[in-house]
Design a protein around this ligand. Structure first.
Ligand code: SF4
Length: 459
């Protein structure tokens, strides 16, 4: 729980009534409010004892720590979330998706996964979606085999890894291979903590602690923090999916609303533990993305499973206070020439994504004029004057479409049919065509229209 300005004032000299102005502010209360908001440093008050300053500093720390996995351009920050529910503010740091590889998998299976992950880079609404980590699990009992698998994955992919091994020797051997990429070591437990600590300290990295139930994680995190190790991820070792949902919620609630710093860390989720069905596993993984995992390990990198999960993550971790938008500009599909029609739409990302998918899939050469509607869809943009005849005419003028296009066919979204008459005034040389009522009819509409216009379809 972050320290409030009113609580901080009570800790200031004379209970916040000294008001000597030496900090540059007119009152202790004004100073307290600024410090609580992070706009002033507590050191500016010269009258505070060092132990009070340290106490204030700790109280001002975010309730949940941030953990960094990976390095350089593969570095991923997780944790430091601020709210229980996305609608209260936003979820800020999306969970890492890790792809599981067991050293019991055959070489061919491992090679397939490496290739799937290498190809798993998708773009949606101008956002790049991809998995973030490997999860390399020691199952074979053969350390040489595990070393070979870890080295192979390390050398084939720039991603960092969650190293999963109950055998400490195998765990730290793999850590040494991934030492340059800040991996996550898992599991650190009450049973192996003392033996693991010297090895952890020799090359500090993130550690995943495991204990049965959130309450049993507390002594482990306290001990690690006491050793100066703060890059911690929690696994409450839940016995069932339902229990896992409860434990994830308890940990988040304890950290954010009860101020329990011992549980103020991101969590690990292993949905494959709860089912053998690959579709059910992805549904569970999706639930963990929403509530409240920092790392989600899944057993498959197949596109039909991974892609929906990545999209869900993108949506959950988008800021609900900001409309998702794309760049307002002229887009081209299927090598359009001067006889191609011009579709017009808003820069609301989902509208753009739907229209561009249909335009691309039709194989009909076309332009797409995406107006700057501040992220609003077409209908609200019309209501606030951002999508009307004048705005479209200005866009066409700026993009040089009046000169570029010979046939001058403009396709207006069906929902905007009532501004057709405005375009007769603002773009008198253009034939204004109303598009289909449903977006999923657009590709067919374009193909049929192209045939009518004698326009060559590419592909
Ligand atoms: Fe209060 Fe300290 Fe500022 Fe003086 S310097 S007004 S005591 S906060």
């Amino acid at each position: 729980m972050a320290l409030k300005g009113t609580e901080l004032k009570d800790k200031l000299p004379e209970g916040g009534k000294k008001n000597c102005r030496e900090c540059g502010l007119p009152t202790c209360f004004a100073f307290a409010m600024k410090v609580a908001k992070g706009d002033a440093d507590i050191d500016l008050c010269p009258h505070l004892l060092p132990e009070i300053k340290a106490e204030v500093r700790e109280a001002l720390e975010p309730p949940m720590a941030m953990v960094v996995l990976g390095t350089d351009d593969q570095a991923l920050e997780i944790g430091q979330e601020e709210v229980m529910y996305r609608h209260e503010k936003s979820f800020f740091r999306e969970p890492a998706i890790a792809i599981l590889v067991s050293d019991k998998d055959s070489d061919a299976e491992i090679e397939t996964k490496i290739q799937q992950v290498q190809g798993a880079v998708y773009e949606r609404a101008q956002v790049i979606l991809k998995p973030n980590l490997w999860a390399l699990r020691f199952d074979s009992g053969d350390r040489d085999r595990f070393a070979k698998v870890v080295q192979k994955v390390h050398d084939s992919s720039p991603l960092s890894a969650v190293i999963i091994s109950e055998d400490l020797q195998a765990l730290f051997m793999a850590r040494d291979i991934y030492g340059d990429r800040c991996p996550l070591l898992y599991p650190i437990t009450a049973e192996n903590l003392d033996a693991a600590l010297p090895r952890i300290r020799e090359c500090p990295t993130s550690v995943g602690v495991r204990a049965e139930g959130p309450e049993n994680l507390i002594p482990l995190t306290e001990k690690l923090k006491g050793q100066g190790i703060n890059q911690i991820i929690l696994d409450p070792s839940s016995k069932s999916f339902l229990q896992a949902m409860q434990d994830q919620t308890i940990i988040r609630r304890c950290a954010l609303t009860k101020g329990m710093r011992s549980l103020g860390f991101p969590t690990l989720a292993l949905p494959y533990k709860y089912t053998k069905d690959r579709f059910e596993e992805i549904l569970y993984a999706g639930a963990f993305v929403a509530k409240y995992a920092g790392v989600v390990v899944i057993s498959s990198a197949a596109k039909d499973l991974l892609y929906p999960l990545l999209i869900e993550r993108m949506d959950i971790y988008s800021d609900p206070r900001k409309l998702r938008r794309v760049e307002a500009k002229l887009y081209e599909f299927n090598e359009p020439g001067d006889d191609a029609p011009v579709l017009v739409t808003s820069n609301f990302a989902l509208t753009y994504f739907s229209v561009s998918n249909e335009a691309q899939a039709s194989h009909v050469p076309s332009y797409l004029a995406v107006l700057d509607t501040a992220g609003f869809g077409v209908e609200p943009a019309m209501a606030c004057g951002k999508f009307d005849g004048q705005a479209i005419a200005q866009f066409f003028e700026k993009a040089g479409l009046n000169q570029k296009i010979r046939t001058k066919r403009l396709i207006l979204p069906w929902i905007a049919h009532r501004i057709k008459h405005e375009l007769a005034d603002d773009l008198p040389d253009w034939e204004v065509i109303i598009g289909p009522k449903l977006i999923n009819q657009l590709a067919t509409f374009l193909v049929e229209s192209a045939s009518e216009w004698g326009l060559k379809v590419n592909g």
